[in-house]
Write a protein that binds this ligand. Sequence first.
Ligand code: NCD
Length: 303
Amino acid sequence: MRSVIDIVDLTAAEIDGLIATAEDIIANPAKYSEKCRGKKLATLFFEPSTRTRLSFEAAMYELGGNVLGFASADSSSATKGETVPDTVRVVGCYADIIAMRHPKEGAPLAASMYSPVPIINAGDGGHSHPTQTLADLLTIKREKGRLSDLTVGFCGDLKFGRTVHSLVKALLRYEGIKLVFISPDELRVPDYIRDELESAGADWLETASLEQAMPELDILYMTRVQKERFFNEADYIRLKDSYILTADKMALGKSDMCVLHPLPRVNEIPMEIDEDSRACYFKQVKNGKYMRMALILKLLEVE
Ligand code: NCD
């Protein structure tokens, strides 16, 4: 039995396999519509979510399976003091696989040590979010035709943005990747990611200027300033509009650049940018469902 807590729990070859499955699902959806008949997915979300939870649920329904679960800690026995290990031991009696989101870093890992069924980390605090990375990788692959030889800019909250941490780790395994981190000083990538960049011998740089970075980017990964992780409202207000992707800034980018955003967006991408053919964030949402379908099939060992 296998859980996916961190993106590097999957090898690069396994990720290629998931991408191949997702592409096959896109081409032949009918072939997959009964694959999980009789199986149940539990979504245990101790923290708010729209896309990730619904994406997992839609993925399981499209595979012919069923879903159960809760969408907030308030409606679970966590309010009575139940621990995460106990919750998953109980839910493991009802479901074949569990997707869990939790505000505490490491909670899904702890869950995986006790759960009788596979656990998928659907986001743990400011730490990691491997299935968003799967969505990101499929989108890059489909838009650019490759996962190597790319200059990828990450812009916004690189400190608390768990989607950034997971995607960086994943990209470090491909050839010819250059990473450009664009953030205010207070929201730079955390030390543990810096250590990973150093030990991988990565090609990376940091800047505060989106305008300066823009012309060389193949991918621009925009992020929301993670309000819920700030201790201090004043800091959030000061930093929240640090980078707004206006049409003027888009004009500095390559004509085949691809703009990604895990969503939800707040102010960082104005709606007028949605009309630009380089805006790929709604395609990314769709791709997330296909990659979650592929991952569920893999972890449930469905042929
Ligand atoms: C992200 C998350 O939850 O980390 N959203 C998502 O899962 N697509 C990004 C965010 O909340 O800003």
